[in-house]
Write a protein that binds this ligand. Sequence first.
Ligand SMILES: [Zn+2]
Length: 247
Amino acid sequence: MIWQLYSVLFFLAFHNNSEWGFFAHAQINELAVYTLPIDMKVFFSPQQDYLKRHATDADKRRYASAFEATRHFIDLDQYGEFPYSSLKRDFKADLYSYSSLEFIQYHNQDTLYLPIPGSVLNQQAFINWFDTTAMQYYYETVWVVPLSDTLRSRSGYEAVRIIDHLTPHGVLPYNLERVYRKLVRAFYEKKGSTICRYAADLGHYVGDATVPLHTCSNYNGQKTGQYGIHAYWVSRIPELFFDQYHV
Ligand SMILES: [Zn+2]
């Protein structure tokens, strides 16, 4: 997790202008309202100005939470070639397969970390423990989780350290589902202001997902001698040529 935080801080340090700029995000949120079915349009049309003004709220949160930054991109080239069949498209399942799990053993003054064998990781009881107990600790600075009584007596260890190798490469698609579910819940609960907030955020994240530079590790052309292309693509080009777009 420390490694993950370093990665996130690195991202924040060098990605200050790594989103669609405010102009493009505001346009996307505004225009999205015109594409809605009539019943939805009745609700969202009066909120168009709100959706526009809050189109980059999600970016502002990136500076409040290290986890927020990773919701705006995914480095798909980390996962081979399209259709990226190694990804299960399920957040917990992918987090489990792309994390390193180690038993923690306290020995005299030392703490030892012992890789957990695949035969243990494949056990359903262990997977269930990850999905329920371990996920509750996902946002901790250091991801250390106590084992259940059953797993403790079965393994002889008290706790597990988890090193997350998925989140630092971005979780944008999983986050779309997360925000979508929150939006649906807000509709069920008939909470108008919450609906608008999640709708503005969803418009933002969907907008980010349409930027090719948000879906690869060469996000700023740094690997191909095109350093700085990100800001040009997401800010300057839409600002200069928006009038010529067919929308
Ligand atoms: Zn963003």
